[in-house]
Write a protein that binds this ligand. Structure first.
Ligand SMILES: *Cc1c(COP(=O)(O)O)cnc(C)c1O
Length: 402
């Protein structure tokens, strides 16, 4: 039958237009919020930034939030605030976006990659413990796909060894661990506002924290290391006077972006719920298909589902992951691969990281596929994804009857 033949081999594609793997959802209120700023006096350092920070801090349940021009800049700021410098080791996961590890390099620190757990794909606390040395300064765990890491064990470990935990929660805004929101667990927590993430400011990120010392350092770092705070000035020449006390960067977010963030925050819970519903539907309809595994959930973790990643049992297919990927793309399903393990990147290889240091992550990389997942997907989009996965996988499955 024609509809059983993959589009890659000349059949009719499942959809006429490409379905992205992730995408923002903006409504008229979002647009109006930005336009109001454009009509006002301040398009950059105005009142919307602290309003946005206040909303994020209240949502996360913490005292302080400092917004940055990107999640990457926010992580860089957190590494500065944690005092990471040359000679310091920081343990993170290879199964992440580059920023989780690059921020360590920016500060002159040394990333140490701890392997992941084969079920949740999150960093393994036992691996962290095994890699601790007298030089370990901090841990940067990542809630891969939106499923929280075992943050209680990681905090125990950190507190016993006097380490700072910078929680990369770019995937897990709105997620919970043991019934408690992500944002309150670690010393500092980062959320990203890139358009594929839970809420967007175009580009942007934030660090939330309960620690006032970190908060003050983050403020300095975001703005060239400049302060006008009379309490900390070395001297004071007059009302114009400011001091640069640290080497900071220009990592400020704009009022235009913060206005979008303020409006997007009103929808965060609905967006997370929609993501959970889609993920639930995927798991219910894909579980039991020969040749794939749906994501496993830790009993203490309540994911906010940034990504939906399936694992392929490659022995059961007549083709490689690459061809399955291409076949799904030909159906106009925008599948993706998250992630290429960081230590396998040429830059990291040049630094001396070798293949084989994180065998579970490396094996996992060969088998994963990310399915489209974003709140604006229609029920039809969701059914298209499931139907295309069925169609393509069935076509290439090696018959189990012989
Ligand atoms: C998105 C993301 C970041 C930050 O990215 P920005 O694009 O700089 O906001 C950091 N870590 C992870 C795991 C991410 O997915």
């Amino acid at each position: 039958m024609d509809h059983d033949i993959p589009a890659l081999h000349g059949g009719r594609p499942m959809r006429k237009t490409m379905l992205a793997y992730g995408q923002q959802w903006l409504d008229e209120a979002d647009i109006e919020s930005v336009v109001q700023v454009l009509r006002g006096d301040f398009i950059t350092q105005g009142p919307k930034i602290s309003e946005f920070e206040g909303k994020v801090a209240a949502y996360a349940g913490v005292r302080f939030a400092v917004a940055f021009s990107s999640g990457t800049g926010a992580l860089h700021g957190a590494c500065f605030a944690a005092g990471i410098g040359s000679g310091d080791e920081v343990i993170t996961t290879p199964m992440t976006f580059l920023a989780s590890s690059n921020c360590i390099l920016y500060q002159g620190g040394t990333p140490i990659f701890a392997d992941i757990k084969p079920d949740t794909y999150n960093i393994d606390p036992e691996e962290i413990e095994r890699l601790l040395t007298s030089r370990t300064k901090a841990i940067i765990p990542v809630d891969f796909t939106g499923q929280p890491v075992e943050i209680d064990s990681i905090m125990d470990l950190a507190n016993r060894h006097n380490l700072t935990v910078i929680h990369d929660a770019a995937h897990s805004f709105g997620a919970e661990y043991k019934g408690k929101k992500i944002g309150t667990w670690a010393h500092m927590t980062m959320f990203s506002f890139h358009p594929v993430k839970h809420v967007t400011t175009g580009e942007g990120g934030v660090i939330v924290t309960d620690d006032e010392t970190f908060y003050r350092k983050l403020l300095l770092f975001r703005n060239h290391g400049i302060t006008k705070d009379p309490e900390v000035l070395w001297k004071n020449d007059g009302p114009w006077y400011y001091e640069m006390q640290e080497l900071g960067y220009h990592y400020r977010i704009t009022d235009m972006q913060a206005a979008l963030g303020v409006s997007q925050m009103d929808k965060l819970d609905d967006f997370v719920q929609r993501r959970r519903d889609i993920a639930h539907y995927y798991s219910e309809t894909l579980r039991g298909i020969d040749g794939i595994s749906v994501p496993e959930q830790h009993p203490d973790a309540l994911s906010s589902w940034h990504l939906y990643v399936i694992r392929l049992d490659l022995d059961k297919f007549s083709v490689s992951r690459k061809e399955l990927f291409e076949a799904l793309r030909a159906e106009n399903i925008g599948v993706h691969v998250h992630y290429i393990p960081v230590h396998l990147q040429p830059y990291y290889q040049k630094l001396g990281y070798t293949k084989g240091i994180c065998p579970i992550a490396e094996d996992m990389y060969q088998r994963i596929l990310t399915l489209p997942l974003f709140p604006r997907m229609t029920d039809n989009d969701i059914r298209d994804v499931v139907a295309a996965v069925h169609k393509v996988l069935r076509y290439y499955l090696i018959s189990s009857t012989n």
